[in-house]
Design a protein around this ligand. Structure first.
Ligand code: ZN
Length: 595
């Protein structure tokens, strides 16, 4: 409900050109700023830490007031200035929406999906007002329905019925851009967990889709997470949110991704990752596991980053990068708990969980970048480094997701060990929820200070972990995983992936030959003078045009043999003497000590 409907900022959205992928918007500001209204479009979308310049998709924009045009001009990449006028001020604009991604907008005759950060201009100075979104169905798609966690605008003359076209309401601009919207005829199922209605929405039909199995598994994961944060009063986990939680899943051929919101998430998943009824008796395979892991990850963000936040996100500055050293907490902890909850909830076996974990351990230990950059530094540099990776990234940076998940796991085990099993990371999450998250949208929002984590962990558990955090989150040391896991009854071993010596470079097979991708620092290729981008020609005169040829040729040598490698670099033949190295023992294998 809105107490100030007359002052509300309103956006009328229509879709007259689905084939051209365009969204038409008419925005009305009842009382524009007397000195001239300023408008902006976010430069980035919270949860994805890269400047994306959404404003570049606006094709036309004009302003009117009282039947007369109002001068409007662009003043920065993301902002416009209108001439002074008396209200109401109306902006008309058209934007291009053709990006298959959870971060932007995609419109055609199959479905329309959009994030508010791509669509809703912000009216500077009016961010705290009620905002209304009024949706009109495309003429040709009158059977479409609306799926979003944004509440219906009950007091609005054009109030939408749930899933219908008409008016929806957000109590401020921050909420307006935090409820993505799907229009179409999706496949839908629902369940209720502790009083919270959950909708599972899939954009396109998947032949034989086992919706019942998916719904049961997702419900188990959601219940387990709610029980973590609110064991006594699970209904309270939903106190401040909309009347539902919506999983919007864009079903694709090959694309994968997810983005969290306060009462919903947008997921993108290849068709093959969804189980069919023909597989009903089969255990969860790796493809379906990655879907459940994604669901679990984004749902965990409902608490960890959408309500428990870094202070610098409170509020977000939507026009420039918001730097924090704490993404290892918000993405790292979430990455630890995502797979853990698929196991805790009983949707995958312990063996499957260990398979997922050993892959993460292997991935982290294959990059020398982990000795140069801490996960705290990687968090801060997300905007320019983690989100802008190139062939050298494994040598230069570390993932605050993957190493962050391992640091979270080690922290969990360390808290358990130092408290004689009485406390764990779960207690930290509950403490953060009670002290930061629970009232985030219901009072004065408060975030976690950049240096506050060690003190908060101690307050939550009575355990001092500042030494651990300094060493593994702010320093570059490898975690003592063998010891940490042994304490949990899990044995860690390192194995080789290959039985012949190698180049320690990532090989890309293209139609015209084999190219070097990442050349690992201090590996055979690096020390022999080969570079990323080189096309392999021959080893000791024998052609290496396919991966199979390369494996056969390398398989003939002992480790430490020196070979002559010919390669083209930008069309010029290079001749390199390369001393081969034995295949590294960099594949993690986990097993239960007393299964
Ligand atoms: Zn995440």
């Amino acid at each position: 409900m809105s107490q100030n409907n007359l002052d509300a900022i309103e956006y009328k959205l229509s879709f007259p050109d689905l084939a051209g992928h365009r969204i038409h918007v008419q925005m009305t500001i009842p009382a524009p700023q007397p000195q001239g209204q300023k408008l902006f479009l976010p430069a980035w979308i919270p949860g994805s830490y890269l400047i994306r310049d959404f404003a570049r998709q606006i094709e036309r924009i004009s302003a009117h007031a009282n039947g007369h045009p109002v001068d409007i001009r662009k003043i920065t990449d993301h902002e416009w200035q209108c001439a002074p006028c008396t209200g109401p001020l109306t902006l008309s604009y058209v934007l291009y929406a053709w990006d298959l991604s959870v971060r932007t907008a995609r419109v055609d005759n199959q479905y329309a999906f959009f994030n508010g950060t791509s669509v809703f201009l912000g009216a500077a100075g009016h961010e705290d007002r009620t905002h209304h979104m009024v949706l009109t169905a495309p003429d040709t798609q009158s059977q479409w329905q609306v799926y979003t966690s944004m509440p219906c605008a009950q007091a609005h003359p054009q109030a939408a019925q749930r899933h219908g076209f008409g008016a929806y309401e957000a109590h401020d601009y921050d909420a307006l851009i935090d409820h993505p919207v799907l229009l179409g005829e999706p496949v839908v199922s629902t369940f209720t967990a502790y009083g919270g209605l959950h909708e599972l929405v899939f954009t396109t039909p998947v032949p034989g889709l086992d919706l019942e199995r998916i719904t049961q598994d997702v419900e188990k994961i959601c219940r387990a997470q709610i029980e973590l944060f609110e064991p006594e009063q699970p209904e309270a986990a939903f106190l401040d949110s909309a009347d539902r939680y919506t999983f919007i899943t864009l079903v694709t051929e090959n694309s994968y991704g997810g983005l969290e919101h306060r009462s919903s998430t947008a997921l993108m998943i290849p068709r093959r990752n969804l189980p069919t009824k023909s597989q009903a008796q089969a255990p969860v395979d790796a493809d379906y596991q990655s879907f459940l892991g994604l669901v679990s990850h984004e749902y965990f963000h409902t608490w960890n980053v959408k309500r428990i936040k870094p202070a610098v996100f409170s509020p977000y500055d939507l026009l420039r990068p918001n730097h924090t050293h704490l993404l290892w907490v918000f993405e790292g902890f979430t990455s630890y708990y995502d797979d853990l909850f698929t196991w805790r909830a009983g949707t995958i076996s312990k063996r499957s969980y260990l398979d997922r974990l050993q892959k993460i351990i292997t991935h982290v230990h294959q990059g020398a970048g982990r000795f140069k950059q801490s996960i705290a530094a990687s968090s801060f540099d997300a905007w320019t480094r983690f989100y802008k990776q190139d062939e050298n990234s494994p040598n230069a940076i570390v993932s605050y997701y993957a190493k962050g998940a391992l640091v979270a796991m080690g922290l969990d085990f360390t808290i358990q060990a130092r408290s004689d099993g009485r406390r764990s990371l779960d207690d930290v999450m509950r403490y953060l929820w009670q002290h930061f998250g629970k009232d985030y949208y219901r009072g004065t929002p408060k975030g976690i200070g950049e240096d506050e984590m060690p003190a908060l962990i101690e307050a939550a558990t009575g355990v001092d972990c500042s030494d651990y955090i300094a060493r593994y989150a702010y320093g570059c040391d490898d975690l003592p995983l063998k010891e940490l896991l042994a304490g949990q009854g899990i044995a860690l071993q390192w194995q080789t992936q290959s039985n012949h010596p190698g180049l320690q470079a990532r090989i890309e097979a293209r139609p015209d030959g084999l190219y070097l991708g990442t050349v690992h620092e201090q590996g055979a290729a690096h020390l022999g003078g080969l570079s990323a981008g080189d096309m392999l020609v021959a080893i000791d005169g024998l052609r290496v045009h396919t991966q199979q040829q390369l494996d056969e040729v390398l398989g003939a040598y002992e480790a430490d043999a020196t070979v002559t490698i010919h390669a083209f670099r930008d069309g010029v033949l290079q001749t390199c003497a390369v001393r081969l190295f034995p295949a590294p023992h960099d594949q993690c294998v986990l097993s239960e000590i007393n299964p």
